[in-house]
Design a protein around this ligand. Sequence first.
Ligand code: F6P
Length: 332
Amino acid sequence: MRIGVLTGGSDCPGLNAVIRAVVRKGVQDHGDTFTGFRDGWRGVLTDDAMELGIPEVRGTLPRGGTVLGSSRTDPLARPDGPARVRATLEARRLDGLVVIGGIHTLTAAATLADEHGIPCVGVPKTIDNDISGTDYTVGFDTAVGVATETIDRLHTTAESHKRVLVVEVMGRTSGWIAIHAGLAGGANGVLIPERPFDLDRVCGWVASRFGASYAPIVVVADNARPAGEPVRLGGLSGIGEWLGREIEHRTGHESRATVLGHIQRGGTPSPFDRWLATRFGLHAVDAVHDGAWGQMVALHGQDVVRVRLADAVATVKTVDPARYAENEVFFG
Ligand code: F6P
């Protein structure tokens, strides 16, 4: 078969591992040829592509980012988008597309497959882990690892100076990175978008932690907000810095904020992400050969299964109260 591949949306560690597995399995087992589109859907709309063979993917397993480049281009944002996608596939005589992306990229793939008959198979990736059709997305485990190592390091400097350390992590509208890294790193408070927080309660955790003569670490997801009045960040870089200032002001304990930002998204993928990405890539090629268009590969337990793309992206996967309650045991 002749197969196109693209990576869309925010990059994350493990994208190259997916591409490598797709190409290795397709070339070796089926004699497939591959076209890699540059910068996500942009490359398909403008027919900007490169040939992808085993030499192009060799050595890329541990490399972060994506050899194909990425963008947030939405092929459905323009009326002629679906026609242009179809024209590119026809001009290159491609039988199908492997679309590696997060919610937005995969939502476009679902619509193109279901409503326009464009043959797409999806692979879920995002550090946010917010795609409901799969237990885990490629990139999440690496981001949690980086955030956990950061918390470990901040514990020692916080204790030396008897300071409060606030760590701001990413996650869009979901608190998955925050609750996983918070649990793994022994945070004394974790604040997530799904649960507007009470600042007095957070200050209570800080005070009780100092009472036990340990310095507190508070993890805050970048979209977590206090209940009630909207926060005015006015000159501050984000919620982490705002929270650090508020805690210092209200408790009298010196506070510092660390914003992890894109450090979570860069660099080499963790062993779990390499394992997941490689398995997703292998199963995506099987799905293409089975003509499983409009489907996404997904991890359910230990098994890689297929789910309908449109169902997988229909709702954002968020942290439920029971999961948050597990973290709450360690607050304060
Ligand atoms: O979706 C991944 C993500 O890193 C989010 O956690 C974050 O809100 C967003 O992308 C940041 O996007 P950008 O790299 O465009 O600033």
